[in-house]
Write a new protein. Structure first.
Length: 172
């Protein structure tokens, strides 16, 4: 009988520890969302991504509206900031359309003038910024309506956070 009670007590203790751990994780997620949403910029030399936490109103049920807000924030940099926009001057976003869980971003032809590192930083900054929006998992890119190609001439396709190898992506 004592063994049975001990076993039941042990099971209850295990359940309490398991469910107690789950409650702590939920609290952590809530705390991080209260700190703000990360908008990704670059350092002054444009070689590294810098996440900057901002309090943004992303409460719209329309992901298209939230994408518009985030992209506007990416271009909005104070003159005294120690970072700059991940979307370089001369690059205009013609459109950003949400379909299912993908945002299709179309750049102006100015995008073709970026060097390889600027190109990578720009795309990574946009992907990391936009995929924080609920329901957005990927971003596809085009230039003047034509699919963006890699160095081998193949379409890049939709990119997610896992599309960038963290060790190779310059981040601060």
């Amino acid at each position: 009988m004592k063994k049975k009670i001990g076993f039941i007590f042990l099971c209850c203790l295990c359940f309490a520890l398991i469910f107690g751990g789950c409650a702590g994780q939920d609290k952590k997620q809530t705390d991080s969302s209260e700190e703000g949403t990360a908008v990704y910029y670059t350092n002054e030399s444009g070689t590294r991504l810098i996440p900057v936490k901002k309090k943004l109103d992303l409460t719209s049920d329309d992901p298209q509206e939230n994408v518009k807000t985030m992209l506007k924030q990416m271009k909005n940099v104070n003159d005294d900031a120690e970072y700059k926009s991940a979307i370089p001057d001369g690059v205009i976003i013609n459109s950003a359309a949400v379909s299912n869980n993908i945002v299709a971003v179309d750049f102006s032809t100015g995008y073709n003038k970026l060097d390889e590192n600027e190109d990578l930083i720009c795309r990574a900054g946009i992907v990391y910024t936009l995929t924080q929006i609920d329901g957005i998992n990927y971003v596809s890119f085009s230039v003047s309506g034509k699919a963006m190609l890699d160095t081998d001439g193949k379409a890049i396709g939709a990119l997610g956070r896992d599309s960038f190898v963290f060790g190779e992506l310059p981040m601060e």
